[in-house]
Ligand binder design. Structure first.
Ligand code: FAD
Ligand code: NAG
Ligand code: NAG
Length: 493
């Protein structure tokens, strides 16, 4: 119970102490503002705005904020462009002043410096249009939306796009990285459902990028995306939700997951099993999904037999289901993801994952001061082996579609910056251990690409993009010869 109060204190201290450092007060009405921010402010249209830390406290704070506090940096200013033309003007100014910048959609990356900066923070919130085309069965989405908004807007039409499985995740980063939805088994990765991107290139030109008109840019985008057009799919009410089980049920959960992962081939069914440890105490959460108002009985029977402390499972719309997942409990803590793709979730591998969650849960809670809080979690996400067969053209990730891997993800959360390095090192070591156990039982993972949205900063690019790397580098040289996007965070080619 002490945790929330401490978090609030730390966040307050953080912002009160430091947020005016770029905006030197010369007198009551004179502010020395960053010249690049000023140049952008002088150039953009009234549809856009520039916010400074001392003057526009709330929109500034919103502009730099991230799901994980370790991904938030104190920018010189926040630019909220409202038109693609203003994005283009902003990029041109940044390209000539060479000031570091960042582009933020939903701010859910756990990699520091990917969508944050001490330079110019571009925040895409104003791109919030949702335009459903019933004839084409597509939806155009602004790059500042989160999936919750999309689910709410499409529900009355009886369709949906393929979005995130937790609340609050941004449309932009999710799609650009690939996108694993509850419906990937039926329709593939979200990137495979993109029909068109509206793209502002590093030179400031604005393009509509489709598979036919710009196959190279469609494959590996270079610049800032302002709008995405995605295919939609019919959707009725769906079934599922959350079960929270306590430590004594771990073997029952693992038996149910192993059985699901090896036997269930119904593409409408999907699960996420999270083996966690909060302050050293095991905590298991089980998410169930079925793409119909009711599932056939056999599929989830074992899960429905798990003794639970919380069970919120039933027939509902997608937004209600996604909102049942308590992903925001650890929001505002520091955080890190690490990917460790696997071919299959065998009972042996699942037991090793359980052991890792308990081992590191205890070890890190003892290593850190308990009062500062620590949460470790291990997400088991089984997908069918043919999810990559739905695409009509290749994409940057995954580099090969011959074989498909399930995107196992590890997530650690903690309170203090002083513990960052210990947590990163532990997450790397634990992911490596899971990889070793999978390899030792015969899984061939030499070419298993790490999902770019889960891979920890510092992952070599060839581990993510594999044999596509030379093509992506050539595209970068062609479309961004002045390396403007090199001033921004993210995976750098
Ligand atoms: C609680 C939680 C749940 C998640 N659930 C899922 C899930 O179900 N499935 C899944 O696949 N992933 C999931 N993820 C991972 C998620 O896909 C990534 O964190 C993704 O980067 C989030 O996108 P964002 O827009 O919120 O991120 P941001 O942090 O805003 O951006 C991420 C990256 O994309 C770049 N970017 C953002 N906007 C643009 C733009 N307009 N043009 C060009 N580049 C841009 C940023 O610069 C940055 O490098 C989850 C993450 C969290 C924290
Ligand atoms: C909707 O899609 C159809 C078919 O592709 C297209 O002809 C029409 O122009 C689109 N409508 C809008 C408003 O974009
Ligand atoms: C549990 O995990 C730790 C850390 O990886 C490892 O040292 C230990 O051998 C594991 N125990 C079992 C029973 O696998």
């Amino acid at each position: 119970m002490r945790l929330p109060a401490l978090i609030v204190l730390v966040l307050l201290g953080h912002s009160l102490g430091r947020n005016t450092y770029r905006e030197k007060r010369l007198g009551p009405h004179q502010l020395l503002r960053d010249p690049t921010c000023q140049a952008i402010s002088d150039t953009i249209s009234p549809s856009s705005a520039v916010y400074y830390p001392g003057t526009h406290v709330l929109p500034y704070a919103k502009g730099i904020s991230h799901w994980a506090s370790s991904s938030t940096q104190l920018a010189a200013c926040v630019v909220e462009p409202g038109t693609s033309a203003d994005v283009a003007k902003t990029l041109q100014i940044l390209g000539s002043t060479r000031i570091p910048f960042a582009v933020k959609g939903g701010g859910h990356t756990t990699n520091p410096g990917f969508s944050s900066t001490t330079g110019v923070q571009i925040s895409m919130y104003r791109f919030s249009d949702i335009v459903y085309n019933v004839t084409a069965q597509t939806v155009m989405l602004g790059a500042g939306l989160v999936w919750d908004d999309v689910y709410a807007a499409l529900e009355p039409h009886g369709v949906n796009a393929l979005g995130a499985r937790s609340p609050g995740v941004g449309v932009a980063g999710f799609i650009l990285g690939g996108g694993y939805s509850f419906k990937a088994n039926q329709y593939g990765l979200t990137i495979d459902t993109v029909v068109e991107f509206e793209l502002v290139k590093p030179d400031g030109s604005i393009l509509r990028v489709t598979r036919e008109t710009q196959p190279d840019l469609f494959f590996g985008l270079k610049g800032i995306v302002t709008r995405f057009t995605l295919k939609t799919f019919p959707e009725t009410q769906v079934w599922g939700g959350l079960i929270v089980a306590l430590a004594p049920s771990v073997d029952i959960v693992t038996a149910a997951v192993a059985d699901f992962a090896t036997h269930v081939t119904d593409p409408k069914a999907n699960i996420i099993t999270t083996y966690g440890s909060l302050l050293g105490q095991p905590l298991i959460s089980q998410v169930l999904f079925y793409d119909a108002p009711n599932p056939p009985p056999e599929i989830f029977d074992k899960f429905m037999g798990i003794p639970y402390s919380i069970r919120d499972v039933g027939t509902r719309d997608m937004l209600s289901l996604v909102r049942a997942i308590p992903a925001d409990l650890t929001a505002n803590l520091r955080g890190v993801f690490q990917a460790a793709p696997v071919l299959e979730y065998t009972p042996n591998l699942l037991n090793a994952i359980v052991n890792e969650s308990m081992f590191w849960g205890e070890r890190l809670a003892n290593l850190l001061d308990l009062d500062t809080g620590v949460y470790v979690s291990y997400d088991v996400e089984p997908f069918l082996p043919d999810i990559l067969s739905h695409a009509s053209s290749p994409s940057a990730y995954p580099p090969t579609r011959d074989k498909s891997y399930s995107p196992f993800n590890l997530y650690y959360a903690w309170l203090l910056e002083a513990n960052d390095e210990d947590m990163y090192a532990a997450a790397r070591q634990s992911a490596a251990r899971i990889h070793e156990v999978a390899v030792a039982e015969g899984q061939v993972l030499d070419d298993a690409p790490l999902y770019p949205n889960n891979a920890m900063f510092g992952t070599p690019l060839n581990k993510i993009y594999g044999s596509n790397l030379p093509r992506l580098q050539a595209l970068k040289n062609l479309h961004d010869p002045k390396n403007v996007m090199g001033l921004a965070g993210g995976w750098k080619f």
